[in-house]
Design a protein around this ligand. Structure first.
Ligand code: NCD
Length: 330
């Protein structure tokens, strides 16, 4: 079986085998993050274009760090300072970036489907770093890697997702990935953010919407928190204070979940709104591990897409000691 991913636009079309392959390929790159010298020469001479048409802290820095730890150079489009502001179309911007001959484009955009649209017109691999409310594949993968490390498996878990599920690309990528491994989902949030239609977004995956947080947390192995965009709260019907009262994850509510349940949050966290500092910084929280794992997952994605490597190729983190390669890429 060969694994060739031309692009990484969504997790929904990938099989459990392909997803496991991506997670397994990330593993040796996790080791690199713990090494004092973190730079490999695997993608030396290659260029990764980063085009973030929407704000990002973690994801952009994480892809940039992943590229440089593989020895690649980066090209950075700053949407705010670019000609998009002068009326250039998305496709023209993409063609112009491509004309500078990058080997791959990592792209984030506020419109669902924008990354697919650009990918159809380019001859280089395109990686979706989040498109509207559609998908955020690298986030789904880093979440799965974090869960697998902490709980030893991603199979048959009870996963509770809390917050604005309707608008969350992170929730969708997690459901499409973990659903292929037999996980069951409980979605909980205000009815406007957790409508019953969501129960059908991944046919074959058990998904239920529940409106009382204690019930939603009962027996949960994984709690996936989502950021609350307070501007989306429809004050005065549902204010931030109401949200806190009804849906905030605090230590007492966390006790309704399974004792070894873990808490994930993609960031940015609104401390004191969707989660208390006590839970965010507590022993069950994985938020900073998620960030560390993000670099490893993105190294694996960039490596596989740019090099076209398959499972029969020796993994670069295994064949090369970072110490030996540290100077090779400079
Ligand atoms: C998420 C995103 O942008 O989709 N953040 C991230 O990538 N770490 C979630 C969010 O912004 O709410």
């Amino acid at each position: 079986m060969t694994h060739r991913f031309r692009d990484l636009l969504a997790l929904e079309p990938l099989t459990a085998d392909e997803l496991s392959f991506l997670l397994d390929q990330s593993k040796p790159f996790q080791e690199i993050q713990r090494h004092p010298l973190k730079k490999l020469a695997t993608l030396r001479g290659k260029t990764v274009a980063l085009a973030f048409f929407e704000n990002s802290t973690r994801t952009r820095i994480s892809f940039g760090t992943a590229a440089s730890r593989l020895g690649a150079d980066t090209m950075n489009l700053q949407a705010e300072a670019s000609s998009l502001k002068k009326g250039e179309t998305l496709l023209d911007t993409a063609f112009n970036l491509n004309a500078m001959k990058p080997d791959c484009l990592v792209m984030r955009h506020a419109a669902s489907g924008a990354t697919h649209y650009v990918a159809r017109h380019l001859d280089i691999p395109v990686i979706n770093a989040g498109d509207g409310t559609h998908e955020h594949p690298s986030q789904g993968l880093l979440d799965a890697l974090t869960i697998r490390d902490r709980l030893g498996t991603i199979k048959n878990l009870n996963v509770t997702i809390l917050g604005d599920i309707l608008h969350s690309r992170v929730a969708r990528s997690n459901i499409h990935l973990l659903g292929k491994f037999g996980c069951r989902f409980t979605l909980c949030g205000p009815a406007m953010w957790a409508p019953r239609e969501l129960e059908k977004i991944a046919p074959g995956t058990p998904i239920r919407c529940v409106y009382r947080i204690e019930e939603a947390l009962e027996g949960a192995n994984v709690i996936l928190m989502l950021r609350v965009q307070t501007e989306r709260l429809n004050e005065p019907a549902l204010s931030s204070d109401d949200y806190i009262l009804l849906y905030q994850l605090n230590a007492e509510r966390l006790r309704s979940a399974s004792r070894d349940a873990i808490v994930l949050h993609p960031g940015p966290i609104n401390r004191g709104i969707e989660i208390t500092p006590e839970v965010a910084d507590g022993p069950q929280s994985c938020v900073l591990e998620q960030v560390t794992n993000g670099v490893a997952v993105r190294m694996a994605i960039l490596y596989l897409l740019i090099s076209g490597a398959t499972e029969t190729d020796t993994h670069p983190a295994l064949e090369m000691k970072p110490k030996e390669s540290a100077n090779a890429s400079d």
